[in-house]
Ligand binder design. Sequence first.
Ligand code: ADP
Length: 160
Amino acid sequence: MGSIAVCPGSFDPVTLGHLDIITRGSKIFDKVIVSVLNNRSKNPLFSVEERIELLKETTNHLPNVEVDHFDGLLIDYVKKKQANAIIKGLRAVSDFEYELQMASINRKLDEEVETFFMMTNNHYSYLSSSIVKELAKYEASVNDLVPPAVEKALRNKNRM
Ligand code: ADP
């Protein structure tokens, strides 16, 4: 069996920071499944379908990257996909505590699944979907933070 990694997240919307992690992950693993968490407790700007569409559009040049969505426990989803790894990006120390907790719980639930952390590219250490949404709301430029398809989608949302 080849190495299959799940890269989970809200991706509301996908940013250049996410794409950097996905691209680097796709060079290490045979297959990367980018999976949108259908998190009902958050109040998303983009629907799961829209987030999937934007991810597909911006990763279609990466042949070993697949886009999907999931509900419920990440570890159950990882097993269902027969994956053996989880990829997460780390931006700052503030990400660390939460991610350590999640990785520890996931290890307890299934020892066979390993979590891999990738340090953010320095250019994107401050970048999050929330910052992008905040900037777009006030019509500030986000063209060096997100792919063109996302920039366009944000503009369309603003018009609604
Ligand atoms: P957020 O809403 O905080 O931007 P997501 O839940 O969509 O994040 O994030 C999915 C994954 O991508 C997480 O592992 C997160 O740490 C990582 N990530 C998000 N933005 C960046 C970035 N700028 N650099 C590196 N990793 C990132």
